[in-house]
Ligand binder design. Sequence first.
Ligand code: FES
Ligand code: FES
Length: 157
Amino acid sequence: MTRISLTVDGAKVADDVEPRMLLVQYLRERLGKTGTVIGCDTSNCGACTVHLDGTSVKSCNVLAVQADGSEVTTIEGLAATTGNGELHPVQEAFRECHGLQCGFCTPGMIMQSVDLLKENPHPSEEEIRLGLEGNLCRCTGYHNIVRAVQHAAGAEA
Ligand code: FES
Ligand code: FES
């Protein structure tokens, strides 16, 4: 077992974990953060996306021990980062633009979109599609997801 300490959604946590434990398993199974979901076993779908020190990562692709000393934000802590008790603007945009159907991909889509807009606050449609290419959605056909990101960026959508 290896001792890790990190901050998750603003709370400090410390735990003994097996070195092979994935960050997504740690978040879900130890911390009960089931808002972060597992959609594949091939690092393909992006449903497990969280922010590690402010940058989006697929948490099934990161070991829990690699997050030692880091700050992790999941979909469950995203709204709190606004500091005003409201949904994050990207969450709000997904709601407004119906950027989801079953919602399974949505936590990862939103976390990836937040990172995308941080890097490029005014992306073109092509840049949005490129930025989200690591996140798969089986329901929406992506159109409303792209609209939601455009909406969050303040573009007409
Ligand atoms: S569960 Fe992580 S990429 Fe699919
Ligand atoms: S809304 Fe169902 S997988 Fe994207």
